[in-house]
Ligand binder design. Structure first.
Ligand code: GLN
Length: 280
């Protein structure tokens, strides 16, 4: 099989899965992550012979994408904040919105030697990106899932980021150390919102990392806010990703817990998506 044939088969096989532009993006990822051909190679080496495993691999990818399995789980990686992270179904696939959360933190915190905690780290994408982008930060990250922590540790090692990972349930957090920054992208999608979600999300991504009960949508924020109030240094900052429906409620909750200068911030799609606050 030559490269041109593989691309043609993917294009035909994926026509029903996504619009042509998305299919093009999927093909680019497959060429790069499975066959090691970057965009320039793809343009110049259409006639190149692919390895023997190629026809079977292409058929497998087409079948799995037609079952709505996320491409990132199929290829085993996702790009986030300029880095490639290993992912598997134990962790949520990093989202572009969350890159904005990392950018916000990096832009607002130019100081060096900050102590940072990421609560519910999953693949480690936030913690690792911060460890790489902030100056000499001491980054810690927790998760309740041992399988997620294994992925996060592998990512930190591969990306040469110094992060201390530990197993902990953010709903019953351990006695605190002191931090300058606490960040979290906890589960925040209500179970009743599940039906409206894409199949690649609801059928494949870890429910534990996504959903909260309808009768307690702020479950995780109710645990994070008092923990942050107790463990942030004066002037320390809390950054959260939130459900667009609950901006006002999160603001109120943070204020009730003694946090100050609460901001509710939109993502680049114009949806309420983040909260930021300062410890008095
Ligand atoms: N933004 C994610 C989604 O819509 C949810 C992330 C989360 O629950 N923390 O799939």
């Amino acid at each position: 099989m030559i490269l041109k044939e593989a691309i043609e088969q993917l294009r035909n096989g994926l026509a029903g899965v996504a619009d042509p532009q998305e299919v093009q993006a999927m093909i680019r990822v497959v060429c790069e992550d499975i066959f090691n051909y970057d965009q320039v190679d793809v343009a110049l080496r259409q006639e190149s012979e692919l390895p023997e495993f190629a026809p079977e691999k292409v058929a497998d990818i087409i079948a799995r994408l037609n079952r709505h399995e996320p491409l990132q789980y199929i290829v085993g990686s996702a790009r986030f904040h300029g880095h490639k992270f290993k992912v598997n179904p134990a962790v949520l696939i990093p989202r572009p919105e969350t890159e904005q959360l990392v950018d916000l933190i990096v832009d607002e915190n130019p100081a060096s030697d900050l102590r940072v905690l990421d609560m519910g780290t999953g693949s480690g994408c936030i913690a690792i990106s911060l460890a790489r982008a902030l100056k000499f930060a001491q980054v810690e990250a927790l998760d309740v899932s041992r399988d997620a922590l294994n992925v996060a540790r592998e990512n930190a090692a591969a990306l040469k980021a110094k992060v201390r990972f530990f197993e902990s349930d953010m709903l019953s957090p351990q006695p605190a150390s002191r931090y300058d920054i606490i960040v979290s992208n906890p589960p925040y999608v209500c179970w009743s919102e599940r039906d409206a979600m894409d199949r690649n999300v609801k059928d494949y991504e870890p429910a534990q990392a996504l959903f909260v009960p309808d009768n307690d949508p702020l479950l995780f924020y109710k645990a994070i806010a008092p923990y942050a109030a107790q463990s942030l240094e004066p002037g320390g900052k809390l950054y959260l990703e939130i459900n667009q429906r609950f901006g006002a409620d999160v603001k109120c909750l943070l204020e009730q817990n003694g946090l100050d200068e609460v901001r509710i911030i939109e993502d680049s799609y114009g949806n309420v998506r983040f909260a930021a606050a300062v410890m008095k």
